[in-house]
Design a protein around this ligand. Sequence first.
Ligand SMILES: NC(=O)c1ccc[n+]([C@@H]2O[C@H](COP(=O)([O-])OP(=O)(O)OC[C@H]3O[C@@H](n4cnc5c(N)ncnc54)[C@H](O)[C@@H]3O)[C@@H](O)[C@H]2O)c1
Length: 262
Amino acid sequence: MTGSQQASNAEASPVALVTGAAGGIGRRVVDRLAAQGMTVVAVDRSADASKELRSVPGRVTIVQGDVAVAADVERIVADTERDIGPIDYLVNAVGILRVGDVVDLPDADWEEMFAVNTGGVFRMIRAVVSRMVVRQRGAIVTVSSNAARTPRASMSAYSASKAAATMLAKCAALEVAKYGIRCNIVSPGSTRTEMLRVSWENQDRADATIAGVPDKFRLGIPLGRIAEPDDIVDAVEFLLSDRARHITMQELTVDGGATLGI
Ligand SMILES: NC(=O)c1ccc[n+]([C@@H]2O[C@H](COP(=O)([O-])OP(=O)(O)OC[C@H]3O[C@@H](n4cnc5c(N)ncnc54)[C@H](O)[C@@H]3O)[C@@H](O)[C@H]2O)c1
């Protein structure tokens, strides 16, 4: 595998593929699944991914690739199955955010958000599920957003791309249920990562986010805090685990009540 750090002694350990693995949430997913003893294939397009992930203890293989590129996705999944083992778990933690009102939004931003947030999830689910159905086992979690259900000013393309990803994941769940494969969604609200920092334009807007921003019709966060990545990863781990063996097609929102449970 190009640019990867090969895992060893992977025979007995389940294999998990994580996208957006160098990001704030993805990195903690990698940490936590590796700590469970899984062999983790950590996929990110960032050239810094190796730097971010090299220190994670456990069996971690770092792979540079772009989920918006069909050939990258097929290569990563095929190489993983050939060199490491059958993929038991997939976590789509990839995502990009470009803000801008509809009237100002460039075509390129619209297309890139759909290529990554929706297309990247579609391509990964397609490639992984086509192998899982043969083995009749597997679990998938897609990290979407509470913005998929709640209109947000200046976030139309992001919200629309996440709404599409959520529904794609639910439809895939329906198709693969007969094989015993589960497919669920975790939808975070504001979570302390690079994505949030950029959306706050590099300022600390935690207090305003928690209190709410009336002129943007944005409610606050009833539980009174910004999520940490681990809050999201707890939900991801649960939905991957056998404790959730009878749960599929579900969206678990982790936003401190910011979208009022709707
Ligand atoms: N942080 C939040 O407040 C928040 C809120 C709701 C939903 N989310 C969702 O949570 C998920 C994780 O977000 P995060 O906060 O960790 O963001 P992040 O920006 O910290 O990490 C995203 C990672 O995805 C990688 N990436 C981007 N495009 C890629 C591509 N085409 N191929 C492969 N890798 C790519 C980036 O390099 C980065 O490492 C995303 O789906 C995001 O939309 C985040």
